[in-house]
Design a protein around this ligand. Structure first.
Ligand SMILES: [Zn+2]
Length: 343
């Protein structure tokens, strides 16, 4: 039973390296930008209308045809809500890294050089819903709701924030990682809900993954864990958990980070939050409530604030994590990805 639980422990999609053959062309209904509606901020998104950027270099690809991360500087956000890493300036606009990780030239949008935090609502779009609850609650939708509430909380605290997606759209992992590198935030936090185990627990099974051998990523994950578990533990429901739930790394076969959202941001301090188990109906129903979402959002925002304003070490570290598998998770690649209309 334990082996079964372990193999299925991670919510699908975070590793970003498995086949995902079905295309989608849907366009965001709302903007991914989360930083320009509040008046309470003391820091602002750094923008400019005249791009300081050099002409673009050719896009460098790896042996599988996927672009190497780390080739862009800043992003352009479009009216439709796409967040596009910028390869360079072209006459009358920018050459950008598209959602499907290709090149395109666009002439309209807002250039953003950097933000304090990039939040990444996991999964999205009709073909990549992530995990689901027994009664049909969809992980990708909850991830987005929690991320939007977290952005609100961070902005209220004075931080500039951008979401990798602001609506229910497909966004490959490589592009999420590039958005992080393009904006060089103080932290990149990917927000997910877990699936797999049915082992009952008196405490939440929250898992926070950090980048291997990165002390600041580890500290961020410990603070995220500490704050999140503190608010979830107030809810008296039937939790599920793996016995080693906590803040931890997860290596792949090569000893690198298993999760693409931790590997592809490269030098950007990153964490992957598996807040609770959407596969467990009581937790899925709890995380669907505005009150619990707001509590988690406040916890994540508080953890980030402590990360940048203190040397607090965080807590809940799992020193010797169980093996959680090397297998692909089934989503997040660029295969058969169809870019939206960008101009
Ligand atoms: Zn997920």
């Amino acid at each position: 039973m334990l082996a079964v639980a372990l193999l299925a422990a991670a919510c699908s999609g975070s590793s970003g390296e498995a086949a995902e053959p079905v295309p989608t062309t849907s366009v965001p209904a709302s903007a991914g930008v989360a930083g320009d509606t509040t008046t309470s901020t003391t820091t602002t998104i750094s923008t400019s209308t005249t791009s300081p950027l050099a002409p673009p270099l050719p896009l460098e690809l790896d042996e599988t045809g996927v672009p190497l991360n780390g080739q862009t500087h800043g992003v352009v956000t479009t009216e439709a809500g796409w967040v596009l890493p910028v390869l360079g300036a072209v006459p009358n606009g920018w050459r950008v890294w598209t959602p499907c990780a290709r090149e395109a030239d666009i002439s309209e949008g807002r250039y953003i050089e950097s933000v304090d935090v990039v939040l990444d609502p996991g999964h999205g779009g009709p073909t990549e819903p992530g995990a689901t609850s027994p009664n049909g609650i969809i992980e990708a939708e909850l991830n987005l709701q929690i991320a939007q509430r977290t952005a609100d909380a961070l902005e209220f605290a004075g931080y500039s924030v951008l979401l990798t997606r602001g609506s229910d759209v497909r966004l490959p992992i490589v592009t999420r990682g590039e958005i992080a590198q393009a904006l060089a935030p103080k932290a990149f936090i990917s927000i997910h809900l877990n699936a797999g185990t049915r082992a009952g627990s008196s405490t939440p099974g929250t898992e926070m993954y950090h980048q291997i051998d990165q002390p600041e990523s580890r500290r961020l994950s410990g603070l995220l864990y500490e704050e999140t578990v503190a608010v979830l533990a107030d809810y008296d429901i039937s939790w599920v958990a793996l016995i080693d739930a906590g803040a931890m790394p997860r290596p792949n076969k090569d000893g690198e980070d298993y999760y693409g959202v931790l590997r592809r941001p490269g030098p950007v301090t990153s964490a992957l939050a598996e807040i609770a188990y959407v596969s467990n109906r009581p937790e899925a129903e709890l995380m669907s409530t505005p009150a619990a979402q707001a509590a988690v959002a406040t916890a994540l925002a508080t953890a980030f604030d402590r990360f940048v304003t203190s040397d607090d070490p965080g807590s809940g570290f799992t020193e010797d994590p169980m093996f959680r598998g090397f297998g692909p998770s089934g989503a997040g690649r660029t295969d058969n990805c169809l870019d939206p209309q960008l101009n």
